[in-house]
Design a binder for this molecule. Structure first.
Ligand code: VAH
Length: 317
């Protein structure tokens, strides 16, 4: 059966329905440390609370449910990890180690997301190559690099089929953003619909790699279904669809909502994090080794986000 940890997060909220569509609801176990709020999509199939930092409980869960594939999404994201670095290390590294150990013992395939945060200020930023210097200066970034290395170790030392993607900033309308630095690109749409204005916590020219969630979900499933013999890299592939700045995103929204106003109040902490990250990514390894191709550019993402949020507002009205 398929296990998803971090089911209530931004990726989990969309990956679970996609996996249940592929394998059937009863085959996909959604878990998170918190209880799922009533009506959450994860509750449309099996849901359990599960704390990935509890190794014995995790192994018991893998054995009891005969877990054959695990999408390990439970993590503390960049901005929150700076506020709570000890907790972030426990969740992001001890939790990952517990998942890799359980998967090794039962022979499960593993997906672990990395991030553009796995790069730091000394990494080439424009574009950032697949194989390059990785000296991130955020705790989240440290756990992403350590996680990539731990996953590669489990692949070559134990033959574990573990694969990963360095996600760019992800934009979606299903789940609220959770403590990330790229959250502005999600919040801006909710504010545009509700107030026709948004006060952005990053400077107007902060260029970051981004992706619409439907592309990220498809990339995740395509990587996990790829022929392992073709994979020269495993943890983790650079992945991107487009790069944009807050000013460019605001201008794209204004094409649909001419009255939308953008303001800026830079948050020094999150600006420093964003300034240490890539501006654009080279994802040629993903394209060559498992056929990656994005489908949504900035214009297509913006159009779809505004349409979907407007539809939902109508339904809830
Ligand atoms: C964050 N959305 O902002 C996450 C992601 C690329 C950034 O890792 O922390």
């Amino acid at each position: 059966r398929v296990l998803v940890t971090g089911a209530l997060g931004q990726v989990g909220s969309e990956l679970i329905p996609a996996l249940r569509g592929l394998y059937g609801s009863e085959e996909v176990l959604a878990t998170d440390i918190r209880r799922a709020p009533p009506g959450h999509p994860a509750l449309e199939g099996p849901y359990e609370q599960l704390d990935c930092t509890n190794g014995p409980a995790l192994l018991e869960f893998f054995v009891r449910h005969r877990v054959g594939v695990v999408y390990h999404l439970a993590a503390i994201l960049s901005a929150r990890a700076e506020a709570e670095p000890q907790l972030a290390w426990q969740v992001n590294i001890e939790g990952l180690h517990n998942v890799l150990e359980a998967a090794r013992q039962v022979g499960a395939q593993v997906f672990v997301p990395s991030s553009i945060a796995a790069f730091g200020p000394s990494t080439p930023r424009d574009p950032t190559p697949q194989d390059t210097l990785q000296r991130p200066n955020t705790l989240y970034g440290v756990t992403k690099v350590a996680g990539e290395l731990l996953c590669d170790y489990y692949a070559h030392r134990f033959g574990l089929d573990v694969r990963g993607l360095r996600y760019p900033g992800l934009i979606s309308y299903t789940a609220p953003p959770g403590g990330g630095t790229t959250d502005y690109a999600v919040e801006i749409f909710h504010h545009a619909l509700r107030y026709d204005r948004y006060t952005c916590f990053l400077a107007p020219d902060t260029r970051l790699p981004m992706m619409y969630m439907p592309d990220a979900i498809r990339a995740t499933l395509e990587l996990m279904q790829a022929d392992p013999a073709r994979l020269r890299h495993r943890n983790a592939f650079n992945l991107t669809a487009f790069s944009c700045t807050p000013a460019e995103l605001a201008a794209e929204i204004q094409k649909h909502r001419p009255g939308f106003k953008m303001h800026y109040e830079v948050d020094p902490l999150r600006q420093a994090i964003a300034d240490s990250w890539p501006r654009t990514l080279d994802d040629s390894a993903a394209r060559e080794e498992w056929g990656w191709r994005p489908q949504y550019d900035l214009a297509a993402m913006t159009k779809d986000m505004l349409e979907k949020l407007a539809e939902r507002a109508l339904k809830e009205a």
